[in-house]
Design a protein around this ligand. Sequence first.
Ligand SMILES: [Zn+2]
Ligand SMILES: [Zn+2]
Ligand SMILES: [Zn+2]
Length: 287
Amino acid sequence: MAIQQDSRPALPPRPSATNEIAFAGCAKTPPSWLTALVHHYEGDKKHAHEFFLSRHFVDGAEIVLICKKCHKRFALTTSIPTSTEETISQMNVKRGMCVVNRENHLHHLHTTNSTKTNVASECCYCHFTVNVVIYEPYIDVQIFDELQKTRPIPTYSNAARRINGAENEPNILETLELLSNIIKTLATSDSSRKLNLNSKQFISKISYDKASKAFFDKLEYKLEDDQYLTPPQLTEDYIIKSKHVSEEIDMRIMDISEKASRGCTISYEEPYGKLETILGTKCTSLN
Ligand SMILES: [Zn+2]
Ligand SMILES: [Zn+2]
Ligand SMILES: [Zn+2]
């Protein structure tokens, strides 16, 4: 995994009152705005979001972040004030400079909206705006939690037990990897779409229980003859959904691998460098 610790926004010592970092508090410079975004939760389990760049929105107009912990997506767009007409000024705004604030060229971002699903801010100097729309994951994280309850995280000791034949239960990483594989090959392979619940592979790596049923329900699979799971018609929307689901599975695989101190072949880019360029957290002089 790429280590980009130094590009992360500096987090202040945790204050006892959350007001200082919440969007409802005072107006923010870009670094403290980013800190507020990392700590933005409304009615959720408290956590600092661990953002990665989503792979499925790369059209340049918006940046989409996915949190490794809650799997929510944060779609961020910015707009340059229409009054900024000179091309050179527009370019500077694009590079994250506040062209009106001559003192340090940092935007001063005032919150215009802060809810569970949206954060919007505007710079009081130049009217540059940032808008963040927050989407719920396709597969609730609770479903992953449930899968994990009955499927152990692989350790060397249960690998040894398995070799001795004492254990033949799926472990959570095998389950997630096979689920990921099923989702990823949906659009490309014809033959493997129909899943046989009685197949050796399904039993040993996934196993059909309440938790895995909930997962397939979310993907609108239907049970046939008490033995086969079949996906719905593969529409364009469904393919897009499946790509997001595969990203959500990746996030959980990364999370478990990290907790179990195991190597992980999946890696996603961290977004902080990109965010700093857009919001101007590092910019202190015009050049
Ligand atoms: Zn999160
Ligand atoms: Zn500004
Ligand atoms: Zn201001």
